[in-house]
Design a protein around this ligand. Structure first.
Ligand code: F6R
Length: 605
């Protein structure tokens, strides 16, 4: 949350910062601001509430004479959405932008007598004031002193008045990547802002300071000793981070799913079987555990719920799924016999990271399923299985969910093989079933126009219910989340058999019920539950396989996916649920890619 960028080099800084902020906007869009060194080495500050477009407009009159500056796009935590709370913050000789939370800012305000001096309500301004107090001409020493006092998470980029052309970057937990390019030196919260200039970059290590000048980037440890950065290379290009003719990133990313699945699965297939040799994941990791604990947030957690429903009957070991923010505080039953599977698109979600650290401290072996290369969760896990979705820009996750599932299905298959729950033939058949899900997804994407009309009823309603049993219930969870977050329709997912234990009281005439019935062994049971809601006047949208037998009077709308193995129906079903939410959001004229109050990459607790 919050996007930060810094640039020093021969080009015009204002343009680079504004373009970078547009790329980073999905990290927060409450306000935006930049600070620029002008030709007289004075620092100019421009900040506005609202999106980067508002800042761009405010900057239009500014001279294009600066070659060094920092920029920030905010997701408000401490203090409301006001110009004063927008970053950058200035205190004496220090100008600073921040992503993260300074937890002890209140105590620091008292301890250092800052009350009355602060002009914003932010924790970040407290850090700026302290840094100014500690600054005696040596940036590294002042930064070191600051880090000794502040608690919490942070990525800072700092300008000092008497150091024109220089930017200092430091981080703890919150991400920061940097690159020296032909266009100059850049530092940012994530790669999407760097990719127009370079494919090579490094992650600023925690406890190190990156110093950018127009000519180079230097990295120092806290004692001021120069350190060589570990250079990484990104395997996607600028096109992946553009809309490329689609009206929204979300629709583009829905379309990208079949390819993302191929990119994630095919390189890990050998002789028709899953093979993680190139990922350095040894089979003994899968053999030694007696239980699996999946930990994640939001959509990633829902991928875990699907995997749990899939894995337990195959592997015959307990599989638990925890919400990362709960796991941290519930004294979880994980130990050296547990395989902790950590799922995260960004690899930076702070609760998931903290849960990973807790699982490790209890002796569990950790395997992360992560999309962003070099992210903190990827680096701190014992093993990592990268998903290859490319950058996901829409705040609502779509392709990341599908590839997380693909990775989890492959893990299930490999585990079943090495633990002898599957013969080779069974494992090969499973993997081929997974590959068959890709054309099924393509079919549903090609039929997307059909989904447009089905939301006409939905968008006039304030509530919706998603029901299913077994795997179908796990899919429902994600369907409800997608609808809520981008169409603002209140939605709940229920195990179909559970409705009559209370929730059915909410089913009144016209209330939409999206019923998923793709699992053969519980099909008739689910259909009975659909009859129960239909009898109470619900507007039923039924999702089944092509040849499922159902009365035509049962559903108001019936969507059929291609006939396929029950275990893989999540892939085409996910497309339907994503498109349903997408068209509902469009139908209500909402901001699909940047829904209210949200931001991507949740780096605050
Ligand atoms: C919803 C969504 C979120 C994320 C969650 C975890 O569409 O995107 O629920 O899934 O914030 O994020 P990652 O996967 O980056 O840890």
């Amino acid at each position: 949350m919050c996007g930060i960028i810094g640039y020093s080099g021969p080009l015009e800084a204002k343009k680079i910062l504004l373009d970078g902020l547009s790329q980073l906007e999905y990290r927060g869009y409450d306000s935006a601001g930049i600070a620029l060194f002008d030709t007289l080495s004075n620092i100019r500050l421009i900040k506005r509430t609202g999106k980067v477009a508002a800042l761009r407009q405010a900057c239009a009159k500014e001279q294009d004479s600066s070659h060094c500056g920092i920029g920030h796009t905010r997701w408000a935590t401490h203090g409301g959405v006001t110009d004063a709370n927008a970053h950058p913050h200035r205190a004496g000789r220090v100008t600073l932008i921040h992503n993260g939370i300074i937890e002890n800012y209140h105590n620091l305000t008292n301890e250092f007598g800052l009350e009355g001096k602060l002009v914003s309500q932010t924790d970040s301004e407290v850090a700026a004031c302290l840094l100014d107090q500690f600054y005696r001409g040596n940036p590294l020493e002042a930064i070191k002193e600051l880090t000794l006092h502040i608690e919490g998470s942070y990525a800072f980029c700092v300008l000092f008045d008497d150091r024109p052309g220089e930017i200092y970057g430091i981080r703890k937990v919150s991400p920061l990547v940097a690159a020296y390019t032909r266009s100059g030196a850049l530092i940012a919260s994530d790669l999407t802002a760097l990719i127009p200039y370079t494919r090579k970059y490094f992650v600023v290590p925690e406890g190190h300071v990156a110093k950018l000048t127009g000519y180079k980037i230097s990295l120092y440890d806290m004692e001021g000793t120069p350190v060589s950065p570990e250079i990484m290379e990104v395997n996607w290009n600028m096109d992946s981070a553009m809309k490329n003719g689609f009206p929204h990133f979300m629709l583009k990313e829905i379309h990208e799913q079949p390819q993302a699945l191929k990119n994630t699965i095919l390189p890990r297939m050998s002789k028709g079987l899953p093979d993680f040799t190139d990922d350095n994941i040894p089979d003994e990791l899968f053999c030694q555990c007696t239980k699996i604990h999946m930990i994640a947030c939001g959509t990633a957690m829902h991928a875990g719920m699907v995997a749990r429903a899939l894995m337990e009957p195959v592997l015959h070991i307990p599989v638990t799924v925890s919400i990362a923010s709960e796991f941290r505080y519930e004294d979880p039953l994980v130990d050296q016999d547990t395989l902790a599977v950590i799922i995260s698109q960004s690899g930076e979600t702070i609760d998931t990271l903290a849960a990973l650290r807790l699982a490790k401290s209890r002796g569990s072996r950790t395997l992360a399923i992560v999309n962003v290369k070099g992210s903190t969760i990827a680096r701190e896990s014992d093993f990592v299985l990268y998903t290859h979705a490319g950058p996901e820009i829409a705040v609502a996750s779509t392709k990341a969910y599908s590839v997380q599932l693909a990775a989890l299905y492959m893990i299930t298959c490999r585990m079943a093989l090495v633990r002898k729950n599957f013969t080779k033939d069974q494992a090969a058949a499973f993997l081929s079933g997974l590959l068959d899900a890709i054309p099924a997804m393509e079919t549903m994407i090609a039929r997307k126009e059909e989904e447009k009309h089905l939301v006409t009823h939905l968008i006039n309603q304030s509530d919706a219910f998603f029901i299913g049993r077994g795997l179908d219930y796990a899919f429902s969870l994600e369907g409800a989340l997608k609808l809520k977050e981008i169409s603002y329709i209140h939605a709940e997912a229920y195990a179909a058999g559970e409705l009559k234990h209370g929730t059915i009281a909410l089913i009144a005439p016209k209330v939409p019920v999206i019923a998923i019935a793709t699992q053969e062994h519980v099909f008739l049971k689910t259909i009975s539950n659909v009859r129960e809601v239909k009898a109470r006047g619900a507007f039923v949208i039924l999702l089944t396989k092509e040849h499922a037998q159902v009365d035509s009077s049962l559903a108001d709308i019936h969507i059929r996916i291609p006939d396929m193995d029950d275990r893989f129906t999540v892939f085409p079903i996910a497309v339907i649920l994503q498109l349903m939410a997408y068209y509902a959001s469009i139908g209500k004229n909402l901001d699909v890619d940047q829904p209210r109050n949200l931001a991507k990459s949740v780096t605050v607790e």
